[in-house]
Write a protein that binds this ligand. Structure first.
Ligand code: S3P
Length: 441
């Protein structure tokens, strides 16, 4: 699918982003091994989370969806209740599905095979295979277990004391899931804190965790996990596209409703503020262990910044859209310490650089990041997504501010994390001028 876009005179309106992708996966997987029935509302019906549902069903879990698939009922089978799938599990495009399930399957006394699409089959799995083997599981895969498909024969695990080589919530969560079934405690240390949704959700289900800075320890529970009703907050990684567009479009004001504000995910807000953006966080509230708020943005000129270190895991999925913000900013922006971007749904350093260059952006590739010399006017371009949902949405936002027409190829991939994205684009781009007198644009 090719989408054609042009910059509207103004960008005004409200957005309700879809449910958070990380939380939607976890709400299904953890409730599947809990005891009892759980209702999940505002679930993300995107392709990634549908893949998780299909895998859990194949493992014997009953999951009912309502008509628009945003409400689920998960019938927990208990920790020991999963059964061997009759065929290969398919994680499609979803790294979270493959890595979290690998941790869970490593603990099951049966055989599993898990594969994915062409993008996922090129993503590194050695980072999970190595520690899961140390815990006692057998894990095979292409190239010595470093690439999918993975075959796993699990059971009889021991806890582990493990220094993680990368700050990765997917790796951490895989090991914590395996640790739930292990003999003895599991202790993990990350190079920098990654998102902590797994820790929060397991705690809410009654699992004992000790957390301090980059370290987490899990005590294998002697009681069943308690099923947990979850209302999934809006995904800040989806909201990010609008926060940037609402800042760099010259006549914009956007309110993004119900955004998850977990501090391990809010790096985008810190960066936009440091660049000079006007962000108002309103109606902050706690909803079942996770912070939620509405965020309002208005057009503002931006300045370049340097981004690196511990901030990177807090904005890892937002790097492409931050690069676009940097292209519109005065001065130079440096994104460093972000080599992980190379092993996402695409190599997000080289794909972001290649595609933003088509808009005339002065952007340079570094081994662990990018340098963007901003301030020039963006020219509309014909560009492509490389099958990467976040790149497709970044290019759409570029099209909303560039001069002339933009065509985004392979645009359907947004369905992975934001199924109603193109409808939101159309709605905001065609917003009528605000009534005279009430505008402060
Ligand atoms: C995720 C963790 C991040 C992120 C991904 C979702 C998760 O990956 O990029 O979109 O749900 O745990 P890593 O943990 O590999 O950094």
């Amino acid at each position: 699918m090719i989408k054609r876009m042009a910059s509207p005179d103004q960008l005004v309106g409200e957005i309700t982003p879809p449910g958070d992708k990380s939380l939607s996966h976890r709400a299904v997987i953890f409730n599947a091994i809990a005891q009892g029935r759980a209702r999940v509302t505002n679930f993300l019906p995107g392709a990634d989370c549908q893949a998780t549902i299909a895998c859990m069903r194949a493992l014997g879990v009953s999951i009912q969806e309502d008509d628009d698939e945003r409400e689920l009922v998960v019938e927990g089978v208990g920790k020991e209740g999963l059964r061997e799938a009759e065929t290969v599990l398919d994680a499609q495009n979803s790294g979270t599905t493959m890595r979290l399930l690998a941790g869970l399957l490593a603990a099951q006394p049966f055989f599993s095979v898990i594969t994915g699409d062409v993008s996922l089959r090129s993503r590194p799995m050695g980072r999970i295979a190595v520690p899961l083997r140390q815990m006692g599981a057998s894990v095979w895969g292409r190239q010595g277990g470093s690439l999918p498909p993975l075959a796993i024969a699990g059971g009889r695990l021991s806890g582990i004391d493990y220094q993680m080589p990368v700050a990765s919530a997917q790796l951490k969560s895989a090991l914590l899931l395996a640790g739930l079934y292990a003999r003895g405690e599991t202790h993990l240390e990350e190079p920098a804190p990654s998102r902590d949704h797994t820790e929060r959700m397991l705690e809410a289900m009654g699992v004992e965790l000790r957390r301090e800075g980059n370290r987490v320890a899990l005590v294998p529970p002697s009681q069943p996990l308690r099923a947990l009703d979850i209302h999934v907050p809006g995904d800040i990684s989806s909201a990010a596209f609008w926060l940037v567009a609402g800042t760099i479009h010259p006549r914009a004001r956007i309110v993004v409703r119900g955004v998850g504000m977990n501090p391990t995910r809010t790096g985008i807000l810190d960066v936009l503020r440091a660049m000079g953006a006007m962000l108002k966080v309103e109606k902050a509230r706690e909803e079942r262990g996770e912070l939620v708020a509405d965020v309002m943005v208005e057009s503002r000129p931006l300045r370049g910044v340097e981004i690196g270190g511990d901030l990177i895991p807090r904005l890892i999925d937002e790097a492409p859209i931050i690069a676009l913000a940097a292209a519109a900013a005065q001065g130079t922006t440096i994104i460093k310490d972000a080599a992980e971007l190379r092993v996402k749904e695409s190599d997000r350093i080289s794909t972001t650089v290649a595609e933003l260059r088509r808009f005339g952006v002065n952007i340079e590739e570094m081994p662990d990041g990018m340098i963007i010399r901003g301030g020039g006017e963006l020219q509309g371009a014909t560009c492509k997504s490389y099958g990467d949902h976040r790149l497709a949405m970044t290019l759409a936002m570029a099209g909303l501010v560039a001069r002339g027409e933009t065509f985004v190829r392979d645009a359907e991939i947004v369905d992975v994390s934001y199924p109603h994205f193109w409808e939101d684009v159309e709605r905001l781009a065609s917003s009528s001028p605000p009534p005279t007198g009430s505008s402060d644009l």
